[in-house]
Unconditional design. Structure first.
Length: 389
């Protein structure tokens, strides 16, 4: 029989978990060498921050502005690391709060927070200078606010997530409607009002970025002029793996004569769509390969395929997947409440089955898996305790 923990003790446990989160990230920052030679996006983000400080412009065709802006404010190095660490601690608390919101199970929320604090990929990505930690924190916060019915705050957080990673642009309006109609069971008119409010907030927060893009490209660009490149990278005759490595999975030399970024983006998008339309079987084969790449149990990047990294990856992800499956299974009767998480999980995977697949792109889904795993581990311990009683 598992005993209940009083509120004061639980509060102390959560504080200790957050302290552990901080300690593990500080240790990781000390022992993990600089990864910018492998994760070139880390350099690109710092370069964009420098450009913002010099002329208030980002020339990188694939980046949204919020993470470079954060680096510009904090400065690269210790300032950036401090901000990412603070975001990582916040995200662990958000995992705890979301688990409580979904399951009202004391052990589930504690286990979920502890899992998020100790999960190796979350630790790694919080100290290497990439946008994942900011994006994850914003998405978790948006989901928590949506679950609590705070649609305006959730809309602000969702748009900030879009300004970090453009992929969330596809899901936010659908999530607004799903939370309004299915989770909170609002009338259709109220749901449409919430969607309208999201649209107003979206336009207000995106307008500075649109003005920046118009200044840079002389045309309206809603997100970035790099979407065509990403689509082409995953859908072209050269791609055999489902990955997105330039010179291996795709080649842009045929488009080098198109100097205008907008025109080149359109040409790449048209070439990718043409390839998909004329090669539907190969498109499906690549989609399967991309799914496998996203959900494989160890990294595909040669730089991270050592025995030790493989062991850590397998030992962390396999139990997580099993416990998350158990957590989802035992809570399947709450499908209405869980439907936004399922939409995001399946939809996010589907998007990368169309674009490019890599294990890194799975990371924003893993905090949600940890939440389900917390519920699964709680049920497992309770069942084991009952059998021993």
């Amino acid at each position: 029989m598992m005993f209940s923990i009083d509120a004061k003790t639980e509060h102390g446990i959560v504080v200790a978990i957050l302290g552990l989160t901080l300690a593990l990230r500080v240790i990781a920052a000390v022992i993990i060498p600089d990864q910018s030679h492998t994760l070139v996006d880390a350099i690109a983000y710092r370069d964009s921050a420098t450009q913002l400080l010099k002329n208030w412009q980002i020339v990188n065709l694939y980046q949204m502005p919020l993470y470079p802006l954060l680096i510009a404010i904090t400065g690269p190095g210790i300032g950036q690391l401090g901000a990412d660490t603070a975001l990582a601690v916040t995200s662990v608390w958000l995992v705890y709060a979301l688990a409580d919101q979904l399951f009202t199970d004391q052990y589930a929320r504690i286990f979920a927070a502890a899992g998020a604090a100790c999960y190796p990929p979350l630790i790694f990505f919080s100290v290497v200078g990439l946008s994942e930690t900011l994006f994850i924190t914003l998405v978790l916060a948006a989901f928590l606010c949506w679950y609590r019915g705070r649609f305006i705050v959730a809309a602000i957080l969702a748009v900030l997530a879009v300004l970090t990673r453009p992929v969330f642009d596809l899901f936010a309006p659908l999530l607004v409607l799903l939370f309004a109609l299915v989770v909170h069971r609002l009338p259709v008119t109220k749901a449409l009002q919430q969607l309208g409010m999201y649209a107003v907030i979206y336009c207000a927060l995106m307008t500075p970025w649109w003005l920046h893009n118009y200044r840079a490209y002389g045309a309206f660009v809603r997100l970035t002029p790099g979407a065509g490149t990403v689509l082409y990278a995953g859908n072209n005759p050269l791609n055999q793996s489902g990955g997105g490595n330039l010179g291996v999975d795709y080649d842009l030399s045929a488009f080098a004569n198109i100097t205008d970024p907008i025109e080149r983006d359109r040409a790449l998008r048209s070439a990718a769509i043409n390839y998909i339309v004329h090669n539907p079987q190969r498109f499906l084969e690549l989609a399967v390969l991309k799914f496998v790449r996203v959900w494989r149990i160890s990294p595909v990047n040669e730089a991270y395929r050592s025995t030790s990294i493989t062991i850590i990856s397998v030992a962390s992800f396999v139990p997580l997947l099993l416990l998350a499956s158990l957590g989802l299974l035992i809570n399947r009767r709450y499908l209405r409440q869980l439907s936004p998480l399922l939409l995001f999980g399946f939809g996010y995977t589907a998007v990368h089955m169309i674009l490019v697949g890599t294990i890194r792109y799975r990371l924003p889904l893993e905090p949600f898996l940890i939440i389900f795993a917390g519920a699964g581990f709680s049920r497992f311990l309770k069942s084991t305790s009952a059998l021993r009683a």
